[in-house]
Design a protein around this ligand. Structure first.
Ligand code: NAI
Length: 327
C-alpha cells in the first residue's frame, strides 16, 4: 500500500489487562485481516488519548475507559466507536452523535451465560447449596435450612423484563418445572403464547405471586429502584430474589434490611447498587449470595464479544452498513 493510502487504523483503547492471558489482540487481528491495522493502547481515561488514537479510523473500548465529549471532540477520522459489551453508558453517545460518529455495542455475547447465572443463583437458593456446604465442611451433617429447601415444580418463577436474557432465563426455568410468569410493559401481545409462559399486567401482581423473582430489565430513570421497600413488602416472606441485571434496579438498603429482618428468604445478586459491597456488615447479610458482576463471563463469551466488535470495526473501515448502532 502506498503512503498516499495508508491502511486504516483500528484502535483498542483500554487494553489494560490481557484478556484471557492473551498479550496480543490476536482475535481482533484474525477477524480484521488486511482491512486495517490493529493497535492497542493502555488508556485509563480519554485524557490519555494519544495522536495515534485521535487519528484512528475506528475505536473499540472495553468497560474501563469513559469516553467523554472532550475525548470525542479530539477524534479526527473516527468512523465508529464500539463498546465491547452491552452497556454503553461509559460513552457520551450524544456527543458522538453530534460529531456524526456512530456508537455500536455488542448486545448478545453473554445472553446464555447471564441466563445460566440467574438460574444458578435461583437453584443455589431453592436448594440452599451454600449453607449446606458450610454445614458439611464444619464436619456436621444436620439440615439447618429445611424451611428454605423447596420443590421447584411447586414454585412460581417471576421475571421482570422478558428481553433476550429474560427469555433465555424463562425457557430454562420452564424446563426445570417452575411455573413461569413475567412482567414487561413494552412487549407486544402474544409473546407469552409464543414461548409458553404467563404474562401479568402489573409489577405488583408479579411480586405477589413470585417464589423466585429474577430481574432482567435495563437500568434507566424508570427502573432505578423499581424494587424498593414498598415492592419488597408485597413479596412472600418465603420468596427469593435474583438480580443479574443492574444493581440500581433494586434499592440495596431496603433489600438488605428485608433479608436481615426475615421479610425475604434470600437473595442471589450478581450486581449490587454501588458495587462492590462496601462493608463486612453488608457482606454478612443473612441469606445473601453475591457474585462479582461476572454473570456475562465465560471464555467463550469473551471471545465472541471480541469477534463481534472486531467485525463491526472491519465493517466501518470498509465503509459497509453498520449494525448495533445505539445513537
Ligand atoms: P433486552 O433489552 O433484550 O431486554 C430488556 C427487557 O426489559 C425488554 O424486553 C424491555 O421491554 C424490558 N423492560 C424495560 N423496562 C422495563 C420495566 N420497567 N419493567 C419490566 N420490564 C422492562 O436486554 P438483555 O440483553 O436481556 O439484558 C438485560 C439487562 O441485563 C441489561 O440491560 C444489562 O443491564 C444486564 N446485563 C447484565 C450482565 C451481567 O454480567 N450481570 C451482562 C449483560 C447484561
Amino acid at each position: 500500500m502506498s503512503n498516499q493510502h495508508p491502511k486504516p487504523v483500528i484502535g483498542i483503547i483500554d487494553w489494560a489487562k490481557a484478556p484471557l492471558s492473551e498479550a496480543e489482540c490476536l482475535i481482533e487481528r484474525e477477524v480484521i485481516g488486511d482491512a486495517a491495522e490493529v493497535k492497542y493502547f493502555l488508556c485509563h481515561s480519554d485524557a490519555d488519548f494519544t495522536d495515534a488514537i485521535c487519528s484512528a479510523d475506528a475505536l473499540i473500548v472495553w468497560h474501563n475507559t469513559p469516553v467523554t465529549a472532550t475525548g470525542i471532540g479530539r477524534l479526527k477520522n473516527c468512523r465508529v466507536i464500539i463498546r465491547n459489551g452491552v452497556g454503553f453508558d461509559s460513552v457520551d453517545v450524544k456527543a458522538a452523535r453530534a460529531r456524526g460518529i456512530p456508537v455500536c455495542n455488542v448486545p448478545d455475547y453473554g445472553t446464555e451465560e447471564v441466563a445460566d447465572h440467574a438460574i444458578a443463583l435461583a437453584l443455589a437458593l431453592c436448594r440452599q447449596l451454600f449453607p449446606l456446604d458450610v454445614e458439611a465442611k464444619r464436619l456436621r451433617w444436620t439440615i439447618p435450612v429445611e424451611k428454605n429447601l423447596r420443590r421447584l415444580r411447586e414454585l412460581t418463577f417471576g421475571i421482570v423484563g422478558l428481553g433476550r436474557i429474560g427469555t433465555a432465563t424463562a425457557l430454562r426455568a420452564k424446563a426445570l418445572g417452575f411455573r413461569v410468569c413475567f412482567f414487561d410493559p413494552y412487549l407486544s401481545s402474544g409473546v407469552d403464547k409464543a414461548i409458553g409462559v404467563e404474562r401479568v399486567s402489573t409489577l405488583a401482581e408479579l411480586l405477589r405471586c413470585a417464589d423466585v423473582l429474577s430481574v432482567h430489565c435495563p437500568l434507566n430513570a424508570e427502573t432505578h429502584h423499581l424494587i424498593a421497600a414498598p415492592e419488597l413488602a408485597l413479596m412472600k416472606p418465603s420468596a427469593f430474589i435474583v438480580n443479574t441485571a443492574r444493581g440500581g434496579v433494586i434499592a440495596k438498603a431496603a433489600l438488605f434490611a428485608a433479608l436481615r429482618n426475615g421479610r425475604l428468604a434470600g437473595a442471589g445478586l450478581d450486581v449490587v447498587e454501588d458495587e462492590p459491597l462496601k462493608t463486612a456488615e453488608e457482606a454478612a447479610t443473612p441469606n445473601l449470595i453475591v457474585t462479582c458482576h461476572a454473570a456475562f463471563c465465560s471464555v467463550e463469551s469473551k471471545q465472541e464479544m471480541r469477534r463481534s466488535s472486531a467485525r463491526i470495526a472491519r465493517t466501518a473501515v470498509l465503509g459497509e452498513a453498520l449494525y448495533n448502532v445505539v445513537n
